[in-house]
Design a protein around this ligand. Structure first.
Ligand code: FE2
Ligand code: FE2
Length: 171
């Protein structure tokens, strides 16, 4: 079994995302596209937020990696924006696959730089013990973010109906 270093864990998440993109490209029905987009959003958001808090934070403090991390954070921001734009587009719209393709290219470019230059420089900064500690901390943080994301989605779904009730109760 591969060691639970931060690199192996992040890489395996990247593979999960790439698998989701493949399934989304093959999906034709609106319901399937929506369901897969929900899974992709959850995975991308939890991954990037935990990655930022656990892996990017110490790297941002180092002169050797600061510029790479600043660029990676900008890429996270753009990915989040395009993801939101894809969510707002009807899965039946003919532009949906095109927007998905752009999102996939953004993510692939980001992952390539992350697993390339960023991992390479990080390996010269962290020792083996730190690489495993970061891996554990990442998994814990990702779990927290996932719980938060699921909680806030449930809360916004629940708040939609009382608001409607209040509006309709007005004289
Ligand atoms: Fe990543
Ligand atoms: Fe990233």
């Amino acid at each position: 079994m591969r060691e639970n270093t931060i690199y192996n864990i992040l890489h395996s998440d990247h593979e999960t995302v790439s698998g989701l993109f493949q399934r989304m490209e093959a999906a034709e029905g609106a319901a399937t596209r929506e369901r897969l987009l929900g899974l992709l959003k959850e995975e991308l958001m939890a991954h990037s937020q935990a990655e930022d808090a656990v892996f990017y934070r110490p790297l941002k403090e180092s002169e050797a990696t600061r510029h790479l991390i600043l660029e990676a954070q900008e890429e996270h921001r753009v990915v989040t924006r395009v993801l939101g734009e894809l969510e707002r587009l009807s899965p039946e719209n003919e532009r949906w696959p095109a927007r998905l393709a752009v999102l996939k290219e953004l993510v692939e470019h980001h992952v390539k730089e992350e697993e390339g230059e960023i991992f390479k420089t990080a390996r010269s900064l962290f020792d083996r013990a730190q690489e495993r500690e970061l891996g554990t901390a990442f998994l814990q943080q990702k779990k927290l973010v996932l719980a938060e994301l699921r909680g806030s989605e449930a809360a916004s779904a629940a708040s939609a109906s009382p608001a409607q009730t209040r509006a309709s109760a007005r004289p």
